[in-house]
Write a protein that binds this ligand. Structure first.
Ligand code: FMN
Length: 310
């Protein structure tokens, strides 16, 4: 039998995934809600955005379907970091897949507090700083300006030894400037991208469909935009870029890997096909096999800045 292609990726600081296909924050809960999904087929699970205290999120309506995508304004509903550390993490510690906790907050101290609480907690493999949430008041304050983005990253870096991914917003003029700033501030990787701010209006009721008015647009509609952001970031940064945005199939994921992403996350597709991550992983493996490529490092169509993204 032919040798299986090597699908492993390193995202820095010892975070090693056996597959480049993760599930994205907010679309897979804390990993407990999809019992039929084979967790061992996932590169990693990224949790819902976690804040210092529990949040109920926004009032309904929080989700709306759009052509080729969806709008959401969940508002960071989560049980708070203490619950995550005490109840969820011990269960994750027994799982055969890394769990990365997505972190959110209203102020630097919120992020620092969550990071400090999770540092050294068994079952937590890394942190992803959500500096890009469009669905809460001030949710984008850190992500749209390189300086606050760097200050936040520096502050969190100082209190944790965990691998640190910083998730960027596309709702900016220059995403590369923010990416460079968080790289210089100590991020191990960037995740790109979070949702685009959008809205829908209920013509019959003459008011916005979402209770908050606006929401975050995700799904296939944003894929070309996300791909371009990843293309730009991969060329400019030395740390790995995790590609996110509208990935539905292995071919979509391969576009991101060819554009220079070290790994990808699947979001909206989890609502449509919960087993998508496995299909995408298998499709990437077949592609490598067909093209006689031994590992993912051979994929980027421009030479990667760091060899094999180690
Ligand atoms: C319902 C929903 C909830 C989300 N919640 C979060 C969140 O808590 N934190 C975060 O960083 N991103 C969150 N996202 C953004 C996704 O992780 C992802 O970046 C985005 O949806 C683009 O990927 P996709 O087009 O594959 O869905 C959420 C997305 C959706 C659809």
């Amino acid at each position: 039998m032919a040798e299986q292609p090597d699908l492993s990726v390193h995202l820095g600081r010892g975070l090693c995934l056996r597959s480049p296909v993760m599930v994205a924050s907010g679309t897979f809960g804390y990993g407990f809600d999809a019992p039929l999904v084979d967790r061992t087929a996932l590169g990693a699970i990224v949790t819902k955005g976690t804040t210092p205290r529990a949040r109920e999120g926004n009032a309904p309506t929080r989700i709306a379907e759009t052509p080729s995508g969806m709008l959401n304004a969940i508002g960071l509903q989560n049980p708070g970091v203490d619950h995550v550390a005490r109840i969820y993490a011990p269960m994750w510690a027994a799982w055969d897949v890394p769990v990365i906790v997505n972190v959110a907050g209203d102020a630097v101290d919120d992020y620092v507090g969550v990071a400090r609480r999770l540092d050294g907690v068994a079952g937590v493999a890394g942190l992803e700083l959500n500096i890009s949430c469009p669905n809460i008041a001030n949710g984008l304050q850190f992500g749209i300006d390189p300086r606050p983005a760097a200050q936040l990253t520096t502050a969190v870096r100082a209190v944790t030894r965990l691998p640190l991914l910083v998730k960027l917003t596309p709702n900016v003029t220059d995403i590369v400037a923010v990416g460079r700033a968080v790289e210089d501030a100590g991020a191990d990787a960037v995740s790109a991208i979070n949702t685009y701010v959008g809205m829908a209006i209920d013509v019959r009721r003459r008011r916005p469909v979402l209770s908050r008015g606006s929401g975050g647009l995700s799904g296939p509609a944003i894929k070309p935009l996300a791909l371009h952001a990843v293309w730009q970031l991969s060329a400019a940064l030395s740390i790995p870029v995790v590609g996110i945005g509208g990935i539905m199939t292995a071919a979509d994921a391969l576009e991101f890997l060819l554009a220079g992403a070290a790994a990808v996350q699947l979001g909206t597709v989890n609502y449509v096909r919960p087993q998508a991550a496995r299909e995408v992983r298998d499709g990437i493996a077949s592609y490598l096999d067909e093209h006689h490529l031994g590992d993912l490092g051979a994929l980027p169509i421009r030479p990667a800045r760091v060899e094999a993204h180690v």
